[in-house]
Design a protein around this ligand. Structure first.
Ligand SMILES: Nc1nc2c(ncn2[C@@H]2O[C@H](COP(=O)(O)OP(=O)(O)O)[C@@H](O)[C@H]2O)c(=O)[nH]1
Ligand SMILES: [Mg+2]
Length: 322
């Protein structure tokens, strides 16, 4: 399956839902007035864009619509896409320059950290890179077992300690092993505990100190994994983790299983942390780079595309008649 088909398929539930609610707003279009703007805001909130972000987007749409004297639904649709584009962060690929680069993966239990790490490892190995996985989720032995299975599948190395070991010590050993073996990338899996913020901050700070001391010049990524199916709860987690760690990006998982993909906008426009990767399934190649334009095209198809489809449709109908 091609890259764009994969994004499209992964976003299908979201784009169906968002298209449906926005289409009814545009279908009822007479002019840009308070009623219409209110409906638009409701449709955005229904799509899990979040109340404050939806209000901000609609205020900007109103401003630009007035300036440009927008008179048609098609113009308004383009304008909305433009405002969303301007408010969302641009695509930012992971920075893995230098050797070894370090990717720290954090987030609460069950969001898809270990799975995403496995997929990411497989991707880098396929690119010819040497990958070291660091099993710093020492909370349960099963966590390291799961990461080890992914390491084998992906063709990556792994460093693990016993259950209850100090996560920072695992990271230290992973860095030593990566140096010895000439690894290009170290990906660190962590335990998902948010209930105690002080604990979390201490643990992350300790891991951070080890990495900074052992690899002062390394490229670093701190990626928060969020489960898209949890909607606004994921936004809340993003806010909390953003206070506890210097996030460089988000991995948004399980987009394939939800219509709540509007949280991409809530995060990117509201929180200002870029969504860098999206999970669209449980398979090894189901983690793809986030693409803002492709995302917006899926949830707000450009009007000319619809028109082309209509034309094709009419031609086909005509052919069928003759
Ligand atoms: N459908 C779907 N399932 C996913 C995706 N990412 C992870 N999962 C599933 O989510 C569950 C929890 O994943 P896991 O990596 O163990 O989460 P962790 O506790 O954060 O490490 C597993 O059953 C995964 O297969 C995704 O993008 N799509
Ligand atoms: Mg895990």
């Amino acid at each position: 399956m091609g890259f764009f088909d994969k994004i499209k398929q992964g976003l299908k539930k979201t784009s169906d839902a968002v298209n449906h609610s926005l289409d009814s707003v545009f279908a009822a279009f007479v002019k840009v007035d308070d009623d219409l703007l209110e409906e638009l805001e409701e449709a955005l909130i229904l799509s899990d864009v979040g109340a404050s972000t939806a209000a901000k987007i609609v205020a900007e749409v109103e401003k630009r619509a007035k300036l440009r004297k927008t008179t048609t639904a098609d113009e308004l649709r383009d304008l909305l896409r433009e405002v969303l584009t301007d408010n969302m962060l641009d695509n930012q690929p992971l920075n893995t320059d230098g050797k070894p680069a370090v990717i720290l993966v954090i987030g609460v239990n069950g969001v898809g950290k270990t799975t995403s790490i496995g997929k990411l490892a497989a991707r880098y190995v396929n690119e010819g890179k040497k990958v070291m996985l660091s099993a710093a989720d020492t909370f349960r032995a099963a966590a390291a077992d799961q990461l080890e299975i992914w390491a084998k599948r992906a063709g990556a190395d792994i460093v693990r300690h016993g259950e209850g070991a100090d996560p920072a010590a695992v990271v230290f050993d992973s860095i030593s092993a990566a140096k010895a073996r000439g690894s290009d990338i170290i990906i660190v899996d962590t335990a998902g505990r948010l209930h105690n913020k002080a604990n979390l901050m201490n643990e992350l700070a300790k891991i951070d100190r080890v990495i900074s001391r052992e690899l002062p010049d390394a490229s670093r990524e701190t990626l928060l994994v969020l489960d898209a199916t949890t909607g606004q709860n994921a936004v809340h987690q993003a806010e909390e983790f953003n206070k506890a760690a210097e996030l460089t990006g988000i991995i948004l998982t399980k987009l394939d299983g939800t219509a709540k993909g509007g949280i991409v906008i809530a995060i990117s426009a509201g929180l200002g942390v870029p969504v860098k990767l999206v999970g669209v399934g449980e398979g090894i190649d189901d983690l793809i780079d986030f693409d803002r334009a492709a995302f917006l095209e899926a949830i707000l198809p450009p009007v000319h595309e619809n028109a082309e489809n209509d034309e094709e449709q009419t031609e086909e109908d005509e052919n069928a008649e003759t």
